[in-house]
Design a protein around this ligand. Sequence first.
Ligand SMILES: CC(C)(COP(=O)(O)OP(=O)(O)OC[C@H]1O[C@@H](n2cnc3c(N)ncnc32)[C@H](O)[C@@H]1OP(=O)(O)O)[C@@H](O)C(=O)NCCC(=O)NCCS
Length: 198
Amino acid sequence: MEDDQPSTTMQPADSAGGQSVVVRQMTIDDISAIYHLGEKLFTARIAPNAHRTWDEYEVVGFFQTDCEFCFVAEDEKKMVIGFALGTVIEKHHSWTYGYLIWLGVRPDYQKSGIAQRLFRQLKPAMIDAGARIIMVDTDAENAASLRFFRKMGFNHSRQHVYLTLNVDEDRRRMEGRRKDRIIRYTVGDHEGDRGEHG
Ligand SMILES: CC(C)(COP(=O)(O)OP(=O)(O)OC[C@H]1O[C@@H](n2cnc3c(N)ncnc32)[C@H](O)[C@@H]1OP(=O)(O)O)[C@@H](O)C(=O)NCCC(=O)NCCS
């Protein structure tokens, strides 16, 4: 098997749960399948931050800008059963970093080596692009993902705290002020018209 070769073409099939699985670079036709699979996987419970930021534009964006770091796994029926979407960040006067941002495998195919195969295609593609370090982040409660990344050799984990600020009240106040301004402007405008012509 040629798992450690950069994959811009089809790779040999591998078996998961008795099925032949192919890992290949993402194409335009995969966008919708990746998006819908992500919707099922990045739930508010398992991955609250991912849940908030995952949308169809995210997938389209990766396809447009980082296609060479985006891979899908498909089963014998050509159904997308997993994906890995990454990017490479080139810093001037510094190292180049690979960043694996989205990784997901259909629940009924999990724990059969699919994510491992996806990562084994992504890693050499990033190295080829100059990456010296590959980064990932995941929710601290996401045990499967943490276990997976550790198995792939990721270490030096650092805690990162996400905070949220609810600005809904501010938004309502701002909208109220905006409406108020429109009404004043309309009334003033009308009076001005009367003064000039009436
Ligand atoms: C994390 C995820 C991508 C792993 O995919 P997968 O295809 O099931 O992973 P693999 O079968 O390649 O697992 C490789 C290793 O990872 C670890 N691992 C994977 N899933 C695990 C789980 N549910 N519990 C414990 N360890 C797990 C194991 O060490 C496993 O090796 P082993 O089977 O020899 O024990 C998958 O669980 C998933 O899609 N989760 C939801 C989305 C998500 O959280 N994505 C990551 C953040 S973007």
